[in-house]
Design a binder for this molecule. Sequence first.
Ligand code: CA
Length: 237
Amino acid sequence: MSGRTLTKILIVEDEPEIAQLVNLYMGKEGFRTSVAKSGGEALKLLKSERPDLVILDLMLPEIDGIEVCKRIRNAPDTALLPIIMLTAKAEESDTIVGLELGADDYVTKPFSPKALVARVKALFRRLDRETSDQRLSFSFGPLAMDLSRHEVTVNGKEVSLTAKEFGLLEYLLRHQGRVLTRDVLLNTVWGYDYYGTTRTVDVHIRRLKLKIPLLNDAIISIKSLGYKLSDQAPALS
Ligand code: CA
């Protein structure tokens, strides 16, 4: 992981022993770290430290982990920032909420620091793949997208999409499994100078679902945030 030596990790944890332990192990791996003891401090450090990944405890005083997660996803410059959530077993429903709000992975307390390190590395590998992705085609169950031909097919049958519908679907496929806010989608697919509202995104998502019914269940609506394309592609029929 030599290419990751300048990688910064923000650890958000109010329990000092856990924060220290995580800090120690991340440091051993060559990551640069900073530690926030509260949600408020985390939001400040996000701005000043610009971390590459956040390890975020769910139960925090004042601003809790879910709220921090929401704010990270809602701000355009941190919308795609990878988040690993730390949760307790008793908070299983919160874990689900956390994942729905855009945490990329979670680790249940008590955890082994080595397992957490492994998750961090796995997430970075996944993101490296995503950013270096020069693929010209994607598949999602029976759906296939060919960028060079500008063509989308379902079970080999071509589906006619507008340029924006195509762009939206491509972005979802490139970031499969990640929560994408309406703002992020609007800015990337329509461009920063576009004057439309985020409702435009909803309208296009609806049209995509109408044209490609398998996306009905696959594009998951995340309350008050945006959308995510399911991790699980539908089975080939
Ligand atoms: Ca805590």
